[in-house]
Write a protein that binds this ligand. Structure first.
Ligand SMILES: C[S@@+](CC[C@H](N)C(=O)[O-])C[C@H]1O[C@@H](n2cnc3c(N)ncnc32)[C@H](O)[C@@H]1O
Length: 342
């Protein structure tokens, strides 16, 4: 079987190249290992399975929301509550499936292909599958791939075997090796945060914090994802931004014209290096724009009900810190031919 390989530099499609025989990555679908994938089959359901019920939408429609659903989905501050399933609890930094369903319903329609370059335990892929979309993810960590391969938790919804749900075990930075140019309808992801998870355990507050009964409680978030050299959760912030720009460039290549690209991110503090506020969301917006993405929208995810409030700072030192109780969903879009959005 043969496969399209993308030449990012020349933007040329080269047909009929064998899929790279490289032991650095593995591909999984429905818990089974695949030798290779022919992504052309994404256009139709796979032959061995019964025909998919694709709702008849033709042309450039974005989604299949009706008028009132379109309006209801338009709130720019959102709360997402859904059951924390076993695999998401084990991951520690997975987003709720209700968040994934919300954005997939807005930015894609049944039969589309959804991609998550940092797929973790596969929340984006599960939501896409339940909503009759094909899905593909990239994830480095073996443990998370195993949890993904256990399938969709019934608490999240019913799996739909007419649609593909594939994860590639590799670095997101190799996306151009696996996906062809203009093949993805919607990207939804939440990235690793440079070496945040190594820092978040540090006690960043001042003296008054020591007397706080909630001391350290809200700091105990996820453990670092892995010690893998390609894990972007282990690199310095500067290196991280360089790699993320590389990724945004590749994503721009694999996204179809008019496709949206949504990133769930949270700002943080690095008091070990005397940086009270790391403006991650704003840095990511800048590099995404440099990579050709149009800044399109911005949603606030209110998470203040999810953690106990902690008293941060110190009166004598005149330092007051807010509990960061929200994330941002940064929405980018790729121009369609003839569009001139900047
Ligand atoms: C914030 S988590 C994503 C969680 C995911 N949204 C979910 O709900 O399961 C970021 C993920 O990026 C993965 N990761 C880190 N560096 C990576 C890389 N270079 N390529 C692919 N995945 C990477 C981590 O293992 C982690 O699972």
């Amino acid at each position: 079987m043969y496969y399209y390989i993308i030449m990012i530099e020349t933007k040329k499609h080269i047909k009929s190249k064998p899929y790279p025989n490289n032991e650095d990555f593995l591909i999984w679908e429905d818990g089974e290992q695949l030798c290779l994938i022919d992504f052309k089959t994404f256009e139709k359901p796979i032959v061995k399975k019964k025909k998919a019920k694709v709702i008849a939408l033709k042309g450039h429609e974005l989604n299949d929301l009706n008028g009132s659903e379109w309006t209801i989905h338009g709130k720019s501050v959102q709360t997402f509550n859904s059951p924390i399933t076993e695999k998401r609890r084990k991951h520690g930094a997975a987003f709720p499936i209700s968040l994934a369903k919300h954005f997939i319903k807005i930015y894609s329609k049944p039969g589309d292909t959804i991609f998550d370059p940092f797929s973790g335990v596969g929340t984006t892929l599960d939501a896409a599958n339940i909503l009759n979309r094909h899905s593909i993810g990239i994830e480095l960590n073996d443990e998370f791939i195993k949890l993904f391969n256990q399938g969709i938790d019934p608490k999240d919804g019913k799996p739909n075997h007419d649609y593909r749900r594939i994860v590639i075990q590799d670095s997101a930075l190799n996306v151009y090796k696996h996906l062809s140019v203009e093949s993805v309808d919607f990207i939804l992801t939440s990235p690793p945060y440079a070496n945040l998870l190594n820092k978040i355990r540090e006690n960043f507050a001042d003296k008054d914090y020591n007397g706080n009964p909630y001391k350290n409680q809200s700091r105990k978030l996820a453990k670092p994802y892995s010690t893998h050299p390609k894990d972007l959760g282990n690199v310095t912030y500067e290196e991280y931004l360089v790699k993320m720009k590389e990724l945004f460039l590749s994503l721009h290549q694999v996204a179809k014209q008019g496709a949206y690209n949504a990133w769930v991110v949270r700002d943080y503090r690095d008091m070990g290096n005397n940086i009270p506020y790391i403006n991650l969301h704003s840095d990511l917006i800048s590099i995404a724009q440099q990579a050709g993405w149009i800044m399109w929208d911005f949603v606030i995810w209110n998470q203040s009900n999810q953690r106990k409030l902690v008293r941060l700072g110190g009166n004598k030192s005149r330092r007051y810190y807010f509990n960061i109780g929200h994330s941002f969903i940064l929405v980018f879009r790729k121009n369609m031919k003839g569009e001139k959005f900047k």
